[in-house]
Ligand binder design. Structure first.
Ligand code: AMP
Length: 557
């Protein structure tokens, strides 16, 4: 595979400049395949999970095709996404990439005060990133004009399907100009998605990432594991993993130059000896870094894929993917740095909750199992540190000359119990051995791809919807709106997923009666959902929201 540069993809100078400013060193495989046909206006049907760089793959062509054209009040591009979280993320991506082009982007999602959306829409927007329900609302009220839309993107189409948004999507597509460009990205391709593609796309370019198995015997035999952590907890998680693994030398891969610099700084601040290596450095700087690693003055190398290409470092024991690589191939290249010539190697991947699926894609393509591990908890760390302190004291009792401290113990013994004196001494010894990783609590997360999906393939519109397979306590929430207010299951899923951090998958059985509805949600998230729903409306209705009495109970799936 040729390692095309962004410049080879016929992107305009402003975009190239922005990308290099963001520290992107080369396009990901999805970008390499998608950008040229999208720039030509072709439709595209892409099977790609989060982590592949698909957002930039559709955003950059939209931005380039829009620049230099007359700006109207209404948008030229409409991006539909399943959740509010993603609407915000994708909008931010458009902002980031379109900075130099002065693009006007607006996220629109259920629950957000409509007034603010109306004002922004009236001022004029170029790109709208919306959840389908709210987009359709605005189209119906004629507050969102779609006659000028030249590109519609369906992002994470399978998630939108799971959440019961498909009728809305069809209605939206039907209301946009027929000669529009239609781009569809989905991690999986169930029949209903290919059906949408067949009906609404014209001769789409197809991209399937990770289809052709890497299947190489040269894939080294290393121990492979992964941890799922939220972005905000990644530095702490990395610290903890490094403390547990205690590598003699490790390379940590990041996606961008900026991330390499930031992480290097963070790690050095936490007491590790880390060196940055990226494409923005001169040969001389790189040589110096390598020298420090070889001589043992540094034990962590933080690098981008591009910068690490061709490196052969004898003493490496661990490869850490601080970000999931953008394709299985890149994963194989990265972990190929260790486990050479019969030496033992370890590959560790930190994945964000949304990237669980990408791990599965990599597993399938490499035909190697990646074990999902739980991060050591604060309690584990504490227990381990106490054990270290105990061992250190034991060692001291057996070998050290302690006589000169006797006077301290004896004077204190006049006033205190000797046991208490010993306890205070242990505390002091223990406190002075503070681990560099700190004791931040890192929440455990169930990776998305590990949650059972079968149950969610329900067709939308049914009154009962089976919920998440995730075990654990669930509670039923009572919502004071029901069928008489026109409430459908997808309205409730949309409202909850739009207003809280829950996704459609976290929501369990839904029952809709005439005057009220009952919705199952994880106990741990119930209060957040209640607060969020109380602040907003459900299909325009202000509703009573509370825990149903007689709960909680355990779900028996
Ligand atoms: P996505 O799969 O679109 O969610 O993107 C995953 C992450 O990769 C995002 O944080 C992007 O900022 C980042 N990213 C996208 N394209 C590139 C690239 N060519 N080089 C480095 N990072 C990238």
């Amino acid at each position: 595979m040729a390692d095309a540069d962004f410049a080879d993809l016929a992107l305009q100078p402003e975009l190239l400049h922005t990308l290099s400013g963001l520290g992107y060193e080369e396009p990901t495989p999805v970008q390499r395949e998608a950008i040229p046909p999208l720039l030509c206006g072709r439709d595209l049907l892409g099977q790609a999970a989060t982590g592949t760089g698909k957002t930039a793959a559709f955003a950059l062509p939209v931005l380039q095709r829009m620049s230099g054209t007359e700006r109207d009040v209404g948008p030229v591009a409409l991006v539909l996404v399943p959740t509010r979280e993603l609407a915000v993320q994708v909008s931010e991506a458009f902002h980031r990439y379109g900075r130099e082009l002065g693009v006007r982007v607006l996220p629109i999602y259920g629950g957000q005060p409509i007034g603010r959306q109306l004002a922004a829409l009236a001022r004029g927007v170029d790109v709208v990133v919306a959840t389908p329900g709210r987009a359709l609302d605005h189209i119906g009220r004629r507050t969102l004009g779609v006659h000028g839309v030249r590109t519609v993107v369906l992002d994470e189409a399978d998630e939108m399907l799971d959440m019961g948004f498909f009728e809305d999507i069809e209605a939206i597509l039907d209301s946009t100009p027929e000669d529009r460009q239609t781009v569809l990205f989905s991690a999986t391709m169930p029949p209903r998605i290919t059906e949408i593609a067949r009906r609404y796309q014209r001769d789409p370019v197809r991209i399937e990432l990770g289809r052709e198995a890497v299947a190489r015997d040269e894939a080294p035999l290393v121990r492979q594991s992964a941890y799922v952590v939220a972005r905000a907890h990644k530095p702490a998680a990395l610290g903890r993993v490094l403390d547990v693994e205690a590598p003699s030398a490790a390379i940590v891969f990041c996606r961008t130059r900026d991330e390499v610099d930031q992480l290097t700084e963070t790690l050095n601040g936490r007491g590790y000896r880390a060196e940055a290596l990226h494409g923005g450095m001169s040969q001389e700087q790189r040589d110096r870094v390598m020298g420090r690693l070889r001589s043992g003055t540094a034990d962590l190398l933080i690098a981008t894929d591009v910068a690490a290409r061709g490196l052969d470092i004898e003493q490496l024991t661990h490869v850490v993917n601080y970000d999931v690589p953008s394709a299985p191939d890149a994963y194989v290249h990265r972990i190929g740095r260790v486990g050479r010539a019969g030496r033992e190697g370890v590959a560790i991947t930190l994945a964000e909750p949304r990237e669980g699926r990408m791990l599965k894609v990599i597993e399938r393509a490499t035909k190697r199992r990646i074990t999902m591990e739980k991060l050591p908890t604060v309690a584990d760390l504490r227990a381990r540190r106490l054990e270290l302190t105990r061992a250190a004291l034991q060692e001291s009792l057996l070998t050290d000359e302690l006589e000169r401290f006797r006077v301290v113990v004896e004077t204190l013994a006049d006033e205190f119990d000797v046991m208490d004196v010993a306890l205070a001494a242990v505390k002091l010894a223990h406190d002075s051995s503070e681990a560099p990783g700190g004791e931040e609590e890192i929440p455990a997360i169930v990776p998305r791809a590990d949650r059972q999906r079968g149950a969610e393939r329900e067709r939308p519109g049914r009154e009962r919807r089976r919920g998440p397979a995730a075990e654990g306590k669930v509670v039923r929430l009572f919502l004071g709106v029901g069928r008489s207010a026109g409430i459908r299951p997808q309205d409730l899923v949309g409202a909850i997923a739009g207003e809280s951090r829950l996704t459609g998958r976290d929501i369990g059985a839904i029952e809709i009666a005439d005057r009220f509805s009952l919705v199952e949600v994880p106990d741990s998230m119930a209060d957040e959902v209640i607060t969020a729903l109380r602040r907003s409306t459900i299909k325009g209705n202000k509703a009573t929201v509370r825990r149903e009495r007689d709960t909680p109970r355990h779900r028996g799936v």
